[in-house]
Design a protein around this ligand. Structure first.
Ligand code: ZN
Ligand code: ZN
Ligand code: ZN
Length: 287
């Protein structure tokens, strides 16, 4: 799958003989590649077979990504700080420090806000917690139209723990009506508590996978972040051809200001077109 895209480097921080420790990186890469098919990628493997990521490995991977001169880094892992009473390091852990350094050096870092565990809302993970990182939480789009037995409706129904359909596939719910009027968009119930930091934007959390022939719907902010990152990479590539090369701060401002309100909550959902427009406006006002 990774062979379909241009990969310059594969860095491995996990001592494992298997080629794919959990499949997570592959799932995330699939989304990045979908939105930014012409980009050149470096892959940094930090998740072990047990699903865990060591803090030191994440720190090193961020440092290496910065040293390798990447323009963007998608981080679909996070440190939940279980050792702290309120699951928050105050932005002072090694991961946060390294992320800040990398961003100061010009890296645009997009990171998943994190997922709550059962009934424990936790808090925004590091490095998404870092102010200058583009933190991405999740939203879901329910369809309030009657279920229609047609692929064209785009509707999909799910019965997973913590996931209840029908969801809107953003197509036409019925042949003669726009989907938009039926849509009810709200923050994902699996988001962490946004008490230590507020994500910059929300994006869809559902990711369909084929698990040994059985279709399965995964959910998590890990799948929301690469939608934002992949689209930003594509925007950056197009803007570069126009001679526009926005900074990390400009990308972050455009993402936040370009977001559109959901039906619930204070944080908006990612809007590619508005983000693009704002980045172009910023460049013409400064040059
Ligand atoms: Zn931290
Ligand atoms: Zn609908
Ligand atoms: Zn729909």
């Amino acid at each position: 799958m990774a062979d379909a895209f241009s990969v310059n480097r594969r860095e491995n921080y996990v001592h494992s003989a298997v080629s794919d420790t959990t499949g997570h990186g592959g799932d995330v890469f699939e989304t990045l590649g979908y939105f930014a098919p012409d980009a050149e990628f470096n892959l940094y493997r930090v998740i072990a077979e047990n699903g865990r990521t060591r803090r030191g490995d994440l720190v090193q991977a961020i440092a290496d990504a910065s040293r390798h001169g990447l323009d963007f880094l998608n981080v679909s892992v996070g440190i939940a700080h279980h050792e702290e009473d309120d699951y928050d390091c105050g932005g002072h852990c090694r991961v946060a420090d390294e992320a800040r350094l990398a961003i100061e050096d010009g890296l645009i870092l997009v990171s998943a806000a994190g997922n709550r565990r059962q009934d424990d809302p936790l808090a925004v993970n590091c490095p998404a917690r870092v102010d200058n990182a583009i933190g991405v939480g999740g939203f879901v789009s329910h369809c309030r139209s009657d279920l229609i037995e047609s692929d064209a409706s785009g509707q999909y129904w799910v019965r997973n723990e913590g996931l209840q359909g029908p969801f809107c596939g953003q197509q036409g719910c019925s042949p003669d009506r726009s989907c938009a009027e039926h849509r009810y968009e709200k923050p994902w119930s699996g988001n962490v508590a946004f008490r230590n930091a507020i994500p910059d934007v929300l994006a869809p959390v559902h990711h369909p996978v084929d698990s040994q022939g059985t279709p399965l719907l995964q959910s998590g902010t890990s799948f929301a972040a690469p939608i934002v990152c992949g689209i930003l990479v594509a925007i950056a590539g197009d803007l570069l051809e126009l001679g526009v090369n926005p900074t990390s701060a400009e990308f972050q401002t455009a993402v936040t200001q370009g977001a559109a309100a959901l039906d619930e909550g204070e944080i908006g959902k990612f809007q590619a077109g508005e983000t693009w427009d704002l980045l172009q406006e910023m460049s013409s006002s400064t040059s």
